[in-house]
Design a protein around this ligand. Structure first.
Ligand code: 13P
Ligand code: 13P
Ligand code: MG
Ligand code: MG
Length: 379
């Protein structure tokens, strides 16, 4: 059976600033999908990560399906009404357009979709991250799909040993989806050269070279240009199929133990370590740290099992402690250097405006340094 996995997420309002959605908001979105999606989707699952709500839907209608996208859009509209009625902060934040037009790509919500012939057993992982951007997945995807130090399957499994194809987008291009396809392991250094810069070059998908099946889909988009202006960090979702011709679940999860520094946290303008958290976790310290959750599923004929919370296991408590330490260490240096993002990535205009004002006050000295002038006069 050919199945499509669609995940669409949006921030449509939160309690206490950007912490997490309200129960009533979640119920409104869930009820809408259940009531209106019965004939459209085989199964669905709703969760939140920080202030973002994600709808995971399984169906047989293919990627970019107008009806499925509209269902999620309308569910978020219904949720936004509740958010407004409760006075939630940022009600409808990610719904950037007034009316739905075909599919939600480019309209604000994040989208990741996989279409495949279902295997007799079909394990997959659904990741959602808040207070960061799609480039946050560059590092864990490189480790899981290209690095035998992390993924022994690349040596042990003959099918995985044929490598994986990375589709990487240059998100700075304003005209269209500018992508490149690179093959691991032959193009490893080229892949590394691009993924080094996660604000510009972002993994969009990963494909098995032995079967040509898609392994991973990330909600990568030309994030700077949705709605014609910079719209923030675009908290990303991701789907990853696991086992057999794909990395094992443990190989996909392992890189998150490192807690890499990613863009995001406070005002979307800092570098902070990524913390793996249980499903339905909110946000706290410094509007962060950036968080990532993972729900593991098995699926049969499009019907999902209950989610298993991949980062709830006690192992991740130590990781969370380490990430907290890294976060506090980084915050000690406030706005200096690496703690804050470069100018092009700042989500607010304040610094740019201030620099423009200051720039007018800079002057090039008419003479050389005073000390030089004195020295010349004295000698
Ligand atoms: P399978 O034997 O089910 O492929 O599992 C192997 C594995 O995932 C070990 O990490
Ligand atoms: P979100 O993008 O998750 O809404 O966070 C906004 C922010 O800037 C928090 O400081
Ligand atoms: Mg928000
Ligand atoms: Mg968010």
């Amino acid at each position: 059976m050919k199945v499509t996995l669609t995940v669409i997420k949006a921030d449509i309002g939160a309690i206490g600033g950007h912490i997490c959605p309200s129960q009533r908001l979640l119920e409104a979105v869930d009820n809408y999908v259940t009531e209106h999606g019965a004939k459209l989707v085989v199964d669905s699952y709703l969760s939140y990560t920080g202030d973002d709500i994600a709808i995971v839907a399984t169906h047989t209608r293919g990627a970019n399906d107008q009806a499925v996208h509209r269902l999620c859009w309308d569910a978020f509209i219904a949720g936004t009404e509740v958010a407004k009625s409760q006075g939630l902060y940022g009600a409808g934040q990610d719904l950037l357009k007034d009316s739905f037009s075909g599919n939600v790509r480019g309209m604000g919500p994040a989208v990741a979709e996989l279409e495949f012939e279902e295997r007799p057993n079909e394990p997959f992982l659904f990741f959602a991250a808040d207070k960061t951007d799609p480039g946050a997945y560059n590092f864990p995807l490189y480790m899981a799909f290209a690095d035998p130090m992390n993924t022994p399957g690349l040596m042990l499994s003959p099918s995985m040993a044929q490598g994986f194809r990375f589709v990487i987008m240059d998100v700075s291009d304003t005209e269209g989806d500018r992508v490149i396809e690179l093959q691991a392991p032959e193009d490893l250094y080229s892949i590394a050269t691009l993924l080094r810069d996660p604000e510009r070059y972002v993994v969009e998908s990963v494909w098995s070279r032995s079967t040509d099946e898609q392994a991973a889909a990330v909600s990568t988009s030309r994030l700077h240009n949705i709605a014609g202006k910079y719209t923030g960090k675009d908290d990303p979702v991701m789907l990853v199929r696991v086992q057999k011709d794909f990395p094992a679940t443990g190989e996909v999860l392992a890189p998150y133990a490192i807690g890499p520094f990613v863009a995001g946290a406070m005002r979307g303008s800092h570098q902070m370590p990524l913390m793996p958290v249980p499903l339905n976790s909110g946000i706290s310290y410094f509007d962060g740290p950036p968080v990532v959750s993972c729900a593991a599923f098995a699926m049969h004929k499009g019907k999902m099992t209950e989610p298993v919370d991949a980062f709830a296991h006690p192992f991740w408590d130590t990781v969370r402690d380490n990430v907290s330490k890294k976060a506090i260490d980084m915050r000690r240096q406030g706005f200096f250097g690496a703690a804050m993002l470069p100018m092009s990535e700042l989500e607010y205009t304040g610094i740019v405006e201030k620099l423009e004002t200051l720039d007018r006050r800079f002057a090039v000295r008419a003479t050389s340094r005073p000390s030089d002038a004195l020295r010349r006069a004295g000698s």
